[in-house]
Design a protein around this ligand. Structure first.
Ligand SMILES: *Cc1c(COP(=O)(O)O)cnc(C)c1O
Length: 352
């Protein structure tokens, strides 16, 4: 008799990375524009690089397990937040994991779909039931339908805002009404991986939702606008009781030394991060303009990516690697990450 595994794992498949990751591993991606994974087109800020070189000789030592400096600068950057409200993790993936780990197994988790592939995976790993709710016909987040999907079994609702891969978002007052209408015993996880790329001036200080309530966690990351995807570090803002419990389930040293110092330095230099995000917002507009001019269907985006009805194979012929829509619930479409000017020129050339 073989070892018995948990049956809910049978349906899980190992993560299929974008083609560009496989090509890069084989040294075949060098001549391509890599616009698959919503990474920043630029390396870490010089401030982050300097902090990394300064810290490397100390890599024989464990880093600060409490991640105090990073928590302090995150608190400083978000008015009203104290370090006791800050969650940290090995990527915001771990922050999402830790938040869901607090909830009783067997319950349900409601989230929009298509959305981030990690959500159903975390549900399976944690023995929770995934309740995906289809996006609206215009690809918008289905706020009403998600509220209707809540049952007495619901333990958490994940709102990916802006949503990956559609790029659509709920305005801040819509998120606030959504949070207000949710039963207090349901945890609302607001995944704001792309918040830096939202150009709606009214979408500001959304972290206050976590301070005004007992059941809202905001998750953010250094993987996108901060350009630190390779170091794996993310954070969350939560009510004190949630943050306290999240710290109980987190691996004691889940955020490594390099990640801690680079993220801290990058957060101190956040005006520069904002300037880079503004560049991505302008370039997103340029891409969307070109898609529109070419008569292609695209979804106006608030992220650093745009979904467009144009095949990944066609982009590849022009030396551009994008995320295949098939993998994201959008067959025939591609998710194009906003790149640097040259890369975006290449995208515009490919569709024009
Ligand atoms: C990229 C992304 C994240 C960030 O994941 P990390 O683990 O921080 O790299 C989280 N949520 C969504 C929706 C994303 O697209």
């Amino acid at each position: 008799m073989p070892v018995t595994f948990r049956s809910e794992l049978d349906a899980l498949k190992t993560y299929v990375p974008p083609k560009s990751w496989r090509m890069a591993a084989e040294g075949l991606a060098d001549d391509y524009a890599k616009l698959t994974s919503n990474e920043l087109a630029f390396g870490p800020l010089p401030e982050a690089e300097a902090a990394l070189s300064e810290a490397l000789p100390r890599a024989n030592r464990y880093p600060d397990s409490h991640v105090s400096q990073l928590r302090a600068v995150i608190a400083e950057a978000n008015p009203g937040v104290e370090t006791g409200n800050v969650l940290v993790g090995n990527g915001s993936s771990e922050v999402l994991l830790n938040a869901l780990q607090l909830l009783p197994a067997g319950g349900e988790v409601v989230f929009p779909w298509p959305s981030f592939s990690l959500y159903p995976m975390l549900c399976a790993v944690l023995g929770m039931k995934a309740r995906p709710v289809p996006l609206m016909e215009d690809h918008g987040l289905p706020a009403e339908a998600m509220l209707s999907a809540v049952t007495p079994e619901t333990r958490a609702v994940i709102l990916c805002n802006p949503n990956n891969p559609s790029g659509t978002y709920l305005k801040l007052d819509e998120v606030r009404s959504f949070a207000d209408e949710l039963p207090e015993n349901v945890l609302l996880i607001l995944d704001e991986a792309y918040i830096e790329f939202v150009d709606d001036p009214l979408y500001k200080d959304s972290h206050a939702l976590a301070l005004e309530s007992e059941n809202v966690v905001v998750a953010r990351t250094f993987s996108k606008a901060h350009g630190l995807a390779g170091l794996r570090v993310g954070y969350g803002i939560a009510p004190g009781r949630v943050a306290d419990y999240a710290e109980r389930v987190r691996f004691p040293v889940s955020v490594n030394l390099a990640a801690q110092v680079a993220a801290t330095a990058s957060m101190f230099a956040r005006e520069k991060v904002e300037a880079r995000a503004e560049f991505a917002i302008r370039e997103r507009g340029r891409l969307q303009g070109a898609f529109g001019a070419a008569g292609l269907d695209f979804i106006p985006s608030q992220g650093n990516f745009v979904m467009v009805r144009f095949g990944a194979g066609e982009f590849e012929k022009s030396g551009i690697l994008v995320r295949e829509g098939e993998a994201l619930g959008y067959p025939g479409w591609s998710r194009v990450t906003v790149g640097n000017s040259d890369e975006n020129d290449r995208v515009i050339g490919a569709v024009s």
